[in-house]
Design a protein around this ligand. Structure first.
Ligand code: PLP
Length: 238
């Protein structure tokens, strides 16, 4: 019999605590996000019952369909963690508590505009493409667009840049992801030191089911876990 969602979550909390201890970090610095792409609302509710309050979805349309069934989960927060197309920016600004995948000035501008119309302030993260993979979205660490987003943040008063998010290249051995996590943490530290007006850099969203312990050792403040909570996904979603 497969483990229950609640058991998986309890086990994850132990592994997160162990990784934090190894790194000399305290648990209150590290948030556990349940990644719920392809997961039905009822099973999301089970994770909520087990104490999860932070959820990540990859597709605006999928979450739009599920969100009415999740509205009763008081205090739950839902973050967009998949690539966001500009024609979905309005819906994303209305549906999500945070968009973790800002990868261009254009998408930031669009979200700012829609958040302004809605009279809200939308927290966002800048997605960093640390491995330089062509097919992956995200800002290269040395890209002029990253610099532009940081320098011109005050022009986007309805989005709040709170930190960085990354998905490093997939490697079987999580140890081989360590240099990528470290590089993103160092980038975060370097940005933080420059004290850009309107930019805070406290969030470092990195680490998934197979590599979250290494990510925590390298400074992750938020780990995004799907498979280790809900089991293998049957459908392919990017
Ligand atoms: C699917 C996904 C995750 C979770 O991946 P698992 O390996 O199932 O834990 C985390 N982050 C992003 C951006 C994802 O798309």
């Amino acid at each position: 019999m497969p483990d229950s969602i609640a058991e998986n979550i309890a086990h994850l909390h132990e592994r997160i605590a162990d990784a934090a201890r190894r790194a000399g970090r305290t648990l209150d610095e590290i948030e556990l996000m349940a990644v719920t792409k392809t997961v039905a609302a009822q099973r999301i509710g089970e994770a909520y019952e087990a104490g999860i309050r932070l959820f990540g979805e990859n597709r605006v349309q999928e979450f739009d369909g599920k969100s009415p069934a999740l509205r009763h989960l008081g205090g739950a927060r839902f973050h967009m963690i998949g690539h966001l197309q500009r024609n979905k920016a309005a819906r994303a600004a209305a549906l999500f508590h945070c968009v973790e995948t800002i990868d261009s000035w254009r998408i930031a501008l669009a979200l700012n505009e829609h958040a302004a119309k809605g009279g809200t302030e939308l927290p966002v993260l800048l997605e960093i493409n640390v491995g330089g993979e062509e097919q992956k979205s995200g800002l290269r660490p040395d890209s002029p667009e990253l610099e532009q987003l940081l320098m011109r943040a005050p022009e986007l008063p309805n989005i709040k840049i709170e930190g960085l998010m990354t998905v490093p290249p997939f490697v079987e051995d999580p140890e081989r992801a360590r240099p990528y996590f470290r590089q993103v943490r160092e980038l975060r530290d370097a940005i933080k030191r420059r004290r850009f007006p309107g930019v805070s850099m406290d969030v470092l969203s990195m680490g998934m089911s197979h590599d979250f312990e290494v990510a925590i050792e390298e400074g992750a403040t938020r780990v995004r876990i799907g498979t280790a909570i809900f089991g293998k996904r049957s459908a392919l979603v990017s």
